[in-house]
Design a binder for this molecule. Sequence first.
Ligand code: NAD
Ligand code: TYD
Length: 356
Amino acid sequence: MKTILITGGAGFIGSHVVRLFVTKYPEYRIYNLDKLTYAGNLANLSDIEDAPNYTFIKGDITDAKFLEDLFAEVPVDGVIHLAAESHVDRSITDPMSFVMTNVVGTVNLLNAAKNAWAATGGVSGFEGKRFYHVSTDEVYGSLHNPDEFFTEETPYDPQSPYSASKAASDHFVRAYGNTYKMPVVLSNCSNNYGPNHFPEKLIPLMIHNIRNNKPLPVYGKGENVRDWLYVVDHARAIDTIFHNGNLGETYNIGGFNEWRNIDLVNLLCSIMDRKLGRPEGTSAQLITYVTDRAGHDLRYAIDAHKIMNELGWEPSLQFEEGLEKTVDWFLNNQEWLDNVTSGNYQSYYESMYANR
Ligand code: NAD
Ligand code: TYD
């Protein structure tokens, strides 16, 4: 039996990865380690929380001693590391929390895994083990030439405190692979969207505000471009790379699906008008251009040919279909959205797990 530690499993992407692994691999033991910050929500996993192969552990990856004790107690074969501070705007106002979780937390996790695995036989203790770091395409910086795409060879050029912290953690993971021969693998993915997305990010924020007739804040002129991928397709890619990716390698993941922010917001307005029975054009009147984000990256676009050609992964959903599913999910899960925006879920789960 394999024992897999997934960090950040109560967050947006992590919850889809946990669900996929718990349901697809009943023979694995899945541990979900999450601090339950404002972005972590166990309601994202209520459908699988009683599965016999699933255990939730509340904990903080910035706490090295906690991780050391955890690895002494749980015989971890594989780590899939997603825990992070993930929002660029927050990183601009509070960079240090990104350094702590994304950099210090990742190095703590590397140390805990390395020491526990090496204790079972030095470098041979690494056999059959795997440390997978889930990262972002934002480490490559910003594209300005429309013919350019991020490949695995694109030099790192992070522009925000968030992407700088993720770049640093990527470098540490590769350094541990090189220096200590740890079995590491990495991926860098484009912007995700889908169910469980925290409504501080563009797509869920717009859905929430359209529904509530609130202004739709578009940064700058709305001309920045992002490459969107349905979150379940990212979880499928993580499954593929965790099992079949070559050690020491990096895989870019993306949907070949670029949208200017303003075009995407207009598309969401039109979908929402139809779903809410409003005359076409009603929601678009809520669009409000606001001051641009400091240092706003112009364009991200991923060349995902390596994972497609070498590992046979490809996106399964067209964007329009994925967006319809996403809008339906948010409209059908108003309580989730209300809880998340009011912070109720946090106090509820904090008291639930206070004495663990
Ligand atoms: P998220 O913010 O929704 O979730 C992050 C999770 O990590 C939360 O559950 C939170 O409670 C947990 N966490 C935060 N600090 C922690 C700590 N100190 N100890 C333990 N747990 C902690 O993030 P997400 O959007 O699901 O992103 C997950 C990962 O994927 C991140 O590493 C992010 O950099 C990467 N990524 C995200 C995207 C995207 O579009 N969202 C794209 C590519 C890569
Ligand atoms: P976001 O979802 O925060 O992801 P990221 O910054 O990691 O790409 O933002 C996506 C794009 O949408 C980005 O160009 C910033 C823009 N944006 C807005 O225009 N308004 C908003 O309210 C938000 C949250 C983002």
